[in-house]
Design a protein around this ligand. Structure first.
Ligand code: NAD
Length: 248
């Protein structure tokens, strides 16, 4: 099950963290993976890991917020690996992301979160949708956050707004392409174990019903299913994946 041999995948923001885990898992299932990131050295690190494990991958460095760069970047992927079958919109943390109560922020501080999590997702979907629909086959998965579906008093309102925009877009996008053999789903993930301070990690884990933070492999497992042929009847959904933190 979930064999991705001969499939071509693009994973955005895959130079580290969750995206790197997803890219490596897709490659293990047989996909050739274009590893996108803002930083080409980060993307190259993930490509090296995939190649060391015997997989196929290439660097695809571009800013998902820049529509022209996305179009050119996706065209370069097609030229190098072949037509794109799978798009994973994972990039979602702008450089320097912090927490601040909304009343203390200025409009300039909101924009990067909306640019990346709403327009970034739309840019990438727009760039691959025609090719997928023409070939009658495609899988699009967006990595979102519980913050896009519920309120959290942490000082991440603009991030939540961007994630919420991405979630709403994906639902409509899924409906428009459902008859073309292309599915589009969102995975709204919870707290991930990517903090270096063990005190912070321990404190955060205590807030999760399972008592554990998520690992990139936990996210990759659901993405593999959504990217597979077996998931053809699954579309337009927002799946909560969070150790029980948000239940709907
Ligand atoms: N880490 C968490 O606890 C958590 C929780 C909920 C949701 N998420 C979501 O999971 C996804 C992955 O998060 P992560 O913690 O692994 O992120 P991360 O910050 O560790 O890595 C994200 C990568 O995306 C790249 N990136 C940022 N902006 C980009 C752009 N404009 N174009 C291309 N690449 C860009 C960065 O350079 C970075 O390498 C994100 O969508 C995030 O919002 C994370």
């Amino acid at each position: 099950m979930f064999d991705l041999t001969d499939r071509v995948a693009v994973v955005t923001g895959a130079g580290q963290g969750v995206g790197a885990g997803i890219a490596e898992a897709l490659a293990k299932q047989g996909a050739a993976v274009a590893v996108n990131d803002l930083f080409d050295d980060r993307a190259a690190g993930t490509v090296d890991a995939i190649k060391s494990a015997g997989g196929r991958a290439c660097v695809a460095a571009f800013d998902v917020c820049d529509y022209d760069a996305v179009k050119a970047g996706m065209e370069a992927v097609v030229a190098e690996l072949g037509p794109i079958d799978i798009l994973i919109n994972n990039a979602g943390v702008p450089p320097g992301m912090g927490v601040k109560q909304f009343r203390e922020t200025t409009p300039d501080e909101w924009r990067p979160y909306i640019e990346l999590n709403t327009f970034g997702v739309m840019n990438c979907c727009h760039a691959v949708a025609d090719g997928m629909c023409e070939r009658g086959r495609g899988r699009v998965v967006t990595i979102s956050s519980g913050a896009g579906t519920v309120g959290i008093p942490l000082g991440i309102a603009a991030y939540g707004a961007g994630k919420g925009g991405g979630i709403a877009f994906m639902r409509h996008f899924a409906m428009e392409i459902a008859k073309e053999g292309v599915t589009a789903n969102t995975v709204a993930i919870g707290l991930i174990d990517n903090h270096t301070d063990p005190g912070v990690t321990e404190h955060m884990a205590r807030t999760v019903p399972t008592g554990t933070l998520g690992q990139p492999q936990d996210i990759a497992a659901v993405v593999l299913y959504l990217a597979s042929d077996e998931a053809g009847w699954m579309t337009g959904q927002t799946i909560q994946l969070n150790g029980g933190n948000v239940t709907t």
